[in-house]
Design a protein around this ligand. Sequence first.
Ligand code: SF4
Length: 373
Amino acid sequence: MSFVDELDAWPRERVAALYDNVTETEVLSAIGREERTLRDLAALLSPAARPHLERMAREAQRLTRWHFGRTIGLYAPIYFSNLCAADCLYCGFAVCSGVKDERVTLTDDQIEAECTALKNMGYDSVLLLTGEAPKVVPPAHIARAVAISRRHFSSVSVEVYSMDEADYTLLCESGLEGVTLYQETYDRELYSEVHPRGLKRDYAYRVDTLERAGKAGVRKLTLGALLGLFDWRLDLIWTAMHARYLQKHCWRSSVAVSFPRLRHTPPRFRVDFPMSDAELVQAILAMRLFLPEAGFNLSTRECGDFRDRVMSLGITSMSAGSSTRPGGYVTKGEEVLEQFEVEDTRSPEEVVAMIRRAGYDPVWKDFDRAFHG
Ligand code: SF4
């Protein structure tokens, strides 16, 4: 039994039916409840909840402060390879994206230089990223990058291709703390349409990835759907189910949710389900009410103005000063292919100043490790 079996029991039509005839009374009772059901989540995500965003915001803020205090964790991504054999239609790294910029994999010395640059900016938590090129960047190479990074940072996570449990064990032995992996969309039909080739085509293998990582001892599991790919009201129900499944089955790991919204895509791809700012705010609030103990991340995909406004409504961790191209901090120039355009281009100092102005403490250091021993 894995989460795939649960998904099989919740096809598109059954999830959509959760939204049937949601009333204002249901929205208000979903806001007032302590524990919320999937129908409650659907009520909070539905158009019927739009007039009640302020009440939802107050509850989301209360829950976030109760579980996380007034703190915002800070992390930075390190892209160490942009090689990719997959062809996800929406991604700039895709093998057939048509984008001609340079493809590179950083050497150990270059990874070291990127780490030094980020350490000097104050970071103590990084996310290492690659495309899907296991022949050129195999798990052993990723493990080496983790080990190099661990010499500089107390928390190292990866956002790479799906791997076997034994590979995650190897990464944990090198000092890995977290795995971020987005399902992109939980809708099987659309999933195979937008992933025409590569290992990523295997829907079930990808769905089970975070559970394999948890079993291997990864302490932080971060999931999400790529918002804009499919009907976000459906994908967020599946995401929330997945988060609860992981909380139950990987109880030694903490579970976090990211809200990546599709903004810039290669010319061949059109965003069919665009999500407005107001809808993303509603989504974050509703998810906070459903998952009070989950960390919520918001990256520099979103512009500074928007991040400033939503930060206090449920977000617990943010990237800042990010580059999405390998060697983007010191070693490479702008000719190297980036995955997507960063919207919030402020420096880490500027983001930290904003966090402080809002009455929050920026947290560079990851304290989880100390608690877990
Ligand atoms: S989303 Fe990941 S696997 Fe897909 S093309 Fe982009 S980098 Fe490659």
